[in-house]
Design a protein around this ligand. Structure first.
Ligand code: BTN
Length: 248
């Protein structure tokens, strides 16, 4: 294989040189009852992003999906996604990249000091469960690791472009260790997220199903929802697409 992933991680690893989407394989494993398994690929030919977007995933990146069966209520599931973004950002910072988080869980690198950024990594969480209990969560994490700048989608960056190549084995190991730590201590997730947030203090526009909200992002709640100070008062948004606006 292109990468050797003999890891000392608290997850077992299923490695693929090339796959359609690691999230699809993770869903299969989850529905067979597996847990604490990571599907990892050097390349994806059918990578999926949020909001049914395509996700470019050439050889050299870190494309993985983590299957877990946490004993949590569905309302807590967003904390798992935030934990994945915290773990990814922390591993990227150890690789020398100034990684921050754009709400809710894009890992980005700031450009200038007015809230602009390039995207380094994205997270796509899928889950199944009943009203009161999660059955499984598949957290898909895509990191532009050792990828040339000219092979990246517009608005994206890579570890290679920011800091030079990373040892992917070590990077994945650190990412999984960090994720394991935060999933075992969910109360620590939001404080760690706040420390890495690029969105707080920014003027933002958030698109959600019921319309858009514009204002200053002032905090996140204990479940990871964004608190926005608008002209008409404070609003809390649980999910949506967030854009940083230029300061007025
Ligand atoms: C986003 O839109 O920002 C989320 C991107 C998620 C990409 C990762 S790569 C590994 C996993 N497999 C997929 O098909 N998607 C996720």
């Amino acid at each position: 294989p292109a990468v050797e992933y003999e890891l000392e991680a608290p997850f077992s690893i299923e490695y693929h040189d090339s796959i359609g989407s690691t999230n699809d394989r993770a869903r299969e494993l989850a529905s067979e009852g597996m847990t604490d398994v990571v599907v990892l690929a050097d390349e994806q030919v059918g990578g999926r992003g949020r909001l049914e977007r395509e996700w470019s995933a050439p050889s050299g990146g870190v494309w993985l999906s983590l299957v877990t069966r946490p004993d949590i209520a569905p309302a807590q599931a967003p904390l798992y996604t935030l934990a994945a973004s915290v773990a990814t950002a922390r591993a990227a910072r150890e690789a020398g990249v100034d990684a921050r988080i754009k709400w809710p869980n894009d890992v980005v690198v700031p450009v200038g000091d007015e809230g602009e950024y390039r995207k380094l990594a994205g997270i796509l969480t899928e889950m199944e469960g009943q009203m009161d209990r999660v059955d499984w969560i598949a957290a898909g994490i895509g990191v532009n690791a050792n990828i040339d700048a000219d092979a990246l989608p517009e608005g994206a960056t890579s570890i290679r472009a920011e800091a030079g190549d990373v040892d992917r084995r070590r990077f994945v190991q650190r990412l999984l260790e960090e994720f394991d730590r935060y999933r075992g201590d969910l109360e620590a997730v939001v404080p760690a997220w706040r420390d890495l947030a690029l969105t707080l203090g920014q003027r933002v526009r958030v698109e959600r199903a019921t319309g858009e909200i514009v204002g200053e992002a002032v905090d996140v709640t204990e479940s990871g929802a964004l608190v926005i100070e608008t002209e008409d008062g404070r609003e809390t948004v649980a999910a949506g697409d967030c854009e940083h606006l230029r300061p007025v």
